[in-house]
Design a protein around this ligand. Sequence first.
Ligand code: TEU
Ligand code: CA
Length: 532
Amino acid sequence: MTTNSPTTTDWWRDSVIYQVYVRSFADGNGDGIGDLLGVRSRLRYLSALGVDAVWLTPFYASPQADHGYDVADYRAVDPLFGTLQDADALVRDAHAQGLRVIVDVVPNHTSEAHAWFVEALAAGPGSAARERYHFRAGRGENGELPPNDWESVFGGRAWTRLPDGDWYLHLFAPEQPDLNWEHQGVRAEFENILRFWLDLGVDGFRVDVAHGLVKAPGLPDVGTGAGVELLGSAELPFFDQEGVHEIYRAWRRILDAYPGARMAVAEAWTPGPERTARYVRPDELHQAFNFHYLGTDWSADALREVIDASLAGSAEVGAPATWVLSNHDVRRHVTRYGGGAIGLRRARAAALLTLALPGSVYVYQGEELGLPEVLDLPDDVLQDPRWERSGHTERGRDGCRVPLPWSGERAPYGFGAPGGAAPWLPQPREWRELSVEVQWDDPTSTLSLYRSALAIRRTHPELGDGAALRWLDAPAGTLVFSRGESLVCAVNPGAEPVRLPEYGAVLLASAELPGGGVLPADTAVWYAVDGG
Ligand code: TEU
Ligand code: CA
């Protein structure tokens, strides 16, 4: 155990990990869809930005019913994204640039095109092949009613009936049948999948739906008639069951057996920080996403409460806290915080707050450019299964997945080769002004703010997993804390400017400061404390 003496092998304890949504990051072959070649070509950007690691969303063989979160072969690269050689070269190139690489593992469900599910369909009701999934007879006189009342996260019921009469469980799309983790063959296979990618040299895994693998015995009804609420306080028979932890203890033994410091981060949606902390006990996973932080409003009281709860939860188990503002499943935070100029202003302040908190930070591609959610995608380009499954009442997650603007005057703004196919989702015209090229040399840009903050983080050991956070006396409605003796972070999420005591020289500010110790609304500042 290394919880009290951070060493270089504990890189994940204070790393800034950049999430690459492969399909939307950079298109290397000009077919309009991001790919591994594209990621490789932009590694230099990521190391110049100053992040420590990249997390790549699934690039495995998949029919793409849920953009790769429906995996048909966990050891193969989908031709859409490249080849296994490309993956190998990407890991090597990243390491040569000083970047670690985390890949996604999707253990809750496979694709319906996975060999196991194909076999199960062919083998018929009652067969051993069906035991790897959750097949059941229906209720009702002729089995015409689903086996229980569970609903899919994407909307609609979580069961689909086959022509042979059996129903199968899918907590997500029907193309994503849930695996049965009571089956020893399922456990053994995933342990081997982890080894396959560890052998290839990856530094860790992001565990998809880590809270969902084990279902309550007998698959009991939820009973409330309510839909699935991911951060709700209700106990659900398919989420956050005790049995998942045994799986992660087995995975931890595999990770620990490899040279170097290999890690895993849980995508676990739980009722509260104390439940999330259970995934990062010393013999389980290394990190868990902090969705409670992501879900918190832009308010001093709410933020302070979630920060304290998160720090307490992770301290109790000796794990580093993690912080995240956006990912490929949620509305981009510029838009969540109000959109437009005010949303961007708050997002910039939130970046300085987040990067000053103790622990590790996840940055979602494009947040360093201040990208907003794209709210006006035309109906006919929408691809998220949520759109269809909600009967066109929920537009889904495509608006945070629009391909990045890199350079140039017109679409695809350097995302792919000029003259190539149009990007899989159209980029707004206003994004020309938000491209990497436009922002890189502009000292006032959001990209420059992130670069500066990341550079300061690297040279200030108190940041990251360094010194404890200490709240300082501060005007009502603000957040002010120190990290060690030399750094103070002050944030004003309120609507009115406040006057602050003297903390020291301004190291970095999210907006222009009027001077005289005044911290404007929706602004954050890092101060270098005198003598520190
Ligand atoms: O997400 C799990 C999850 O429950 C939510 O993020 C959910 O997808 C979203 O709120 C629904 O709108 C993971 C992946 O991050 C997501 O992209 C996949 O769709 C999902 O698992 C299924 O694999
Ligand atoms: Ca491509």
